[in-house]
Design a protein around this ligand. Structure first.
Ligand SMILES: [Zn+2]
Ligand SMILES: [Zn+2]
Length: 346
């Protein structure tokens, strides 16, 4: 089969002819219909996130048809439409037993530790295959399994309650989903903080209050608009120490700041005045959980979480096209997502 693989860090991905994966008794073989090109794939290609063994087929946002199932598989059948949970876990360790597979001691990320979906076929454990309802396109089924799933996990970790106000720092793909999902939780006012005019306009169009962090201190702007109270929940989606600190400072008493963005920087907080006095909480958010995915799929099926078709671009399973998409993602400022559709080049 054809696969597009990372062969050498810092170099363009390459096309390869590789064997169709052999499946074990608890695996499924999926014919890939759509695979999302994600920002983290640019990090793998650029060496910012290290992949231990190369070559590796990238792609952790995958949807397709089940082609074959192992003899012990009961949750899906051949020809079923499915989308893929990207974290492969043992299912038996102390964390997996508690439904916390993101801490699994032998956890593997699809498209990083094992071959991913930039290929005609992918092998995954059956427990990673989730039925994709007919109402959801394969393209959406692929992209919703990464940033949208993590946005949902962040809101759950932050325990957003009905009526609570929310500040979103960074209105990219995660923010786009977080805003829509916060509405599902019946949130109060949502403040979208960014410096990019296009993203601020998009947030405003979706009903958020746009906070231009270039115009003035976003914490002051949020305080001003909330009569000095601040917000109940703040999500930091950018990965910068500065905005993480702002996310904490804009909280009301008992507020929760959920930190999702990654950064090697450290941040400073004055514990007494900025945290203890308010009984505020800082919460780390990592990936998402298999148990959260059925609800996410249902929100997309019933239209509460939408990925408008005009925001999705399609390329074939073609190394040149995929490399161009990765290049443009590196300095992207819009909400567009590129999806590989292997059949589109025929
Ligand atoms: Zn992703
Ligand atoms: Zn485990």
């Amino acid at each position: 089969m054809k696969a597009v693989r990372l062969v050498e860090v810092g170099k363009p991905l390459e096309e390869a002819d590789v064997p169709i994966p052999e499946i074990g008794s608890s695996d499924v073989l999926i014919r890939v219909v759509a695979a999302g090109i994600c920002h983290s794939d640019t990090h793998y290609r650029g060496g910012i996130s290290k992949i231990d063994r190369l070559p590796r087929t990238l792609g952790h946002e995958v949807a397709g048809h089940v082609e074959r199932v192992g003899r012990d598989v009961t949750n899906v059948l051949p020809r079923d439409r499915v989308c893929v949970h990207y974290l492969v876990h043992c299912g038996t360790c102390e964390f997996c037993a508690r439904g916390l597979e993101q801490f699994c001691r032998s956890g593997q990320m699809i498209g990083k530790h094992r071959d991913g979906g930039y290929a005609e076929f992918i092998k995954v454990p059956a427990q990673n295959a989730f039925t994709l309802p007919d109402e959801i396109s394969f393209e959406v089924g692929a992209v919703m399994m990464c940033s949208a799933a993590t946005a949902l996990h962040a809101l759950k970790k932050a325990r957003l309650k009905p009526g609570e106000s929310l500040a979103i720092f960074g209105f990219g793909g995660l923010g786009f989903s977080a805003l829509q999902l916060a509405r599902v939780f019946e949130c109060g006012d949502v403040y979208a903080v960014d410096i990019n005019p296009a993203k601020l306009r998009s947030a405003e169009k979706m009903g958020a209050i746009a906070i231009d962090a270039k115009a003035a201190d976003p914490v002051e702007q949020i305080k001003e608009r909330t009569d000095g109270r601040g917000v109940g929940v703040a999500l930091e989606l950018l990965g910068s120490a500065k905005t993480m600190r702002q996310a904490v400072l804009c909280l009301s008493p008992l507020g929760r700041a959920a930190l999702v963005g990654l950064t090697p920087e450290s941040m400073s907080i004055h514990p007494y005045t900025e945290l203890i006095n308010k009984e505020a909480e800082i919460i780390g958010v990592s990936d998402h959980l298999a148990t959260e995915l059925p609800a996410l799929i249902e929100f997309v099926r019933n239209g509460k979480l939408r990925f408008p078709p005009e925001t999705l671009r399609v390329v074939g399973l073609d190394a040149a096209q995929i490399n161009v998409a990765l290049d443009s993602l590196q300095d992207s400022i819009d909400h567009f997502r590129t999806v590989i559709v292997p059949s589109s080049e025929k």
